[in-house]
Structures are given as C-alpha cells and as structure tokens.
Design a protein around this ligand. Structure first.
Ligand SMILES: C[S@@+](CC[C@H](N)C(=O)[O-])C[C@H]1O[C@@H](n2cnc3c(N)ncnc32)[C@H](O)[C@@H]1O
Length: 309
C-alpha cells in the first residue's frame, strides 16, 4: 500500500505527448545542434533505469530538448531535477513539465554556457552518470585489455570509473534518424582512481603508448624522452615498470599503465624538465634547423655559382 502511494506521487498529470509538444511549438530539429529526439517513453524509461534508483535524488540533465527523458526522470521520482537547455525554443514545452511536477524541476537557460556541465555550479550530488554516445565510442569506452576497440579512451575512462555499456539504441528510434546507432554508457566513479598520479601525467603516458597502435608499445613510449636520452630512459621506464616492450598498446592492462605512470613520475623527479618535454617541439625545431641549413647551403651554392662566373 505504502509503495502504491509512493508511486502515485511520481505520476504526472495528463500532458500532451512529446510528439504533440513538438507540433505545438513547431520544434524542428536543428542539424547544427545535433538534435535527434527520443519519442518512445518505454525507451526513455529504460535509459533512466540505468542511472539507478532516482527516488529523492538530485539530477542534472543537459540538453533535454522536447523533454522525453525529462518525463522519465520525473516519473522515476527525482526530488530536484535541473535541466539545462541551450535552444530556447524548448523552454515553453519544458515549462509545461515543470508545472506538472511542482517544486521538482528547475530550468536553466544554457545558451551562455560553453563548457557544460562543468560550468553549472549547483549543489548536485553526482553519484552516477549515464551518458549516450555514438555506438563505436561507447564500445571504445568499455573495451577490455586486448580487445580490438581498446584505445586511449578505454584506459582514461576505466582508470577513473567502472564503465558499463548498458545497451544500444538503434538510430531509427530517434527523430530525425541519425546515421549511427547510440550506446548508453553508465559510469560509476571509483572511490580511488586505479592510477594515483596527476591526470596530465597519466594522459601523457597513455597518449604516447597509443601513438603507434599496431607497433610494440616501446615505439610510442620512446617519444616521452628527448632524442639524446631516448634509448636509455625508455629501457629504464619499461624495466622498472616491469612491462614487456613487445606488448601492443591495446594489450597493456590498467595495472601495467599504473606501473608505467609511477616509473615515469620517478624519472621526471630525477630528470629536470622531462615532464615538459614534447617530441613534436623537438621535431619542429630540427625540421626548421634542417630547412635553415638547406637555405644556407642553397645560398652557398648560389655564391659558388657567382664566384665561378
Ligand atoms: C540529441 S538532442 C537530445 C534531446 C533529448 N534529450 C532527447 O533525448 O530527446 C541534444 C539536446 O541538447 C541540446 N544542447 C546541445 N548543446 C547544449 C549545451 N551546450 N547546453 C545545453 N543544451 C545543449 C540541444 O539543443 C538538444 O536539445
């Protein structure tokens, strides 16, 4: 009985359907804003279920559009839902929803925000995060060690979170239909990251390791070091991290990345300036120098010719 009463609190009064809202406010999807809408409430309910039990919690939804997912979030019992929408055409439709759930939904005009959701400073309790991605990105985010889709993104996401690829929404479920299918991905931040080094340092190691995807990892990791010490420091890095230099980047596990990050951090402490080394800068400089030398040589050849005349 108590459960039935509770459920009743989350029921919304009769509202126009999302399709009717789109018609009512003439909400044509804008291509520049990558707008594709979900109209099927069974699907929006399913996505919302992936975020766990929403009863009584704070939720932030970025880009509610005509409000399909928004309805499902309210029906799931969120106590305080903040929606941030950039396209002001959607605001009147969202206001209808807000009135249907008094005191539970706030609407923020997002047209001034560049970097959402980080610039939205509200006391949100973010325990779970459910996001949708193009299907191949969702697969990369969740790819395990050794799999074909394993990439930089897999390592960066998985050292910080437990990442679960929940299900795929076929492109045809959206209006208008995008060219790709969509993956719903659920992130649970780890209480303690699997790699305890600064994010920038981890990013550096992972980026370099994946630089030559099909080659042995040694090839990419070498580029962390200036040419003059490249061989010696790469060997030291791999030896102290106890990582096999012939592994492909896709075969390196998170714990091996942890060992590499720890070993690299130690090398940076011992070698001043190493942390700021960028092989692209060195390459640019040597190319410029090469060009300069060529120019000098060219001029010298010119002088020689003049001399000969
Ligand atoms: C792909 S649509 C999804 C709409 C809705 N969530 C649904 O599933 O039907 C993305 C929505 O995000 C909005 N949007 C895009 N960038 C935004 C930003 N930086 N801040 C807020 N909303 C944004 C768009 O205007 C659009 O309404």
């Amino acid at each position: 009985m108590a459960a039935t009463q509770k459920l009743a609190c989350f029921r919304l009064p009769p509202l126009p359907t999302i399709k009717e809202i789109i018609k009512l406010y003439n909400l044509r999807a804008e291509k520049q804003l990558s707008q594709n809408f979900l109209l099927d409430m069974r699907l929006t309910d399913k996505i919302v279920r992936q975020a766990g039990n929403l009863k009584g919690v704070h939720v932030c939804e970025v880009g509610p559009g005509p409000g399909g997912l928004t309805r499902s979030i309210l029906k799931a019992g969120a106590a305080d839902l903040l929606v941030v929408e950039k396209d002001t055409r959607f605001i009147p439709g969202l206001q209808l929803l807000s009135e249907a759930a008094p005191g539970r939904m706030r609407i923020e005009d997002g047209k001034h925000y560049k970097n959402l959701p980080f610039s939205v400073s509200t006391p949100l309790i973010i325990k779970w995060l459910t996001l949708t991605f193009q299907k191949d990105v969702a697969e990369r985010l969740t790819a395990s060690t050794g799999s074909r889709q394993r990439s930089r993104l897999s390592v960066m996401a998985q050292y910080l979170c437990t990442v679960k690829n929940c299900f795929t929404i076929p492109g045809c479920a959206f209006v208008p239909k995008p060219n790709v299918d969509v993956g719903v991905v659920h992130f649970t931040p780890l209480a303690q990251p699997q790699i305890q080094q600064p994010f920038k340092l981890v990013e550096r190691i992972v980026k370099n390791a994946f630089q030559f995807r099909r080659k042995h990892c040694r090839r990419g990791l070498e580029m962390l070091f200036p040419e003059s010490q490249r061989q010696e420091l790469t060997e030291e890095l791999l030896r102290s991290a106890d990582v096999d230099p012939t592994l492909r980047p896709t075969e390196i596990s998170i714990s091996e990345f942890r060992a590499l990050a720890d070993a690299y951090s130690k090398l940076c402490e011992e070698n001043q300036g190493l942390i700021d080394y960028d092989f692209r800068e060195e390459l640019k400089l040597s190319t410029l120098q090469g060009k300069g030398e060529e120019k000098l040589l060219g001029n010298a050849r010119g002088f020689k010719k003049l001399w000969e005349i």
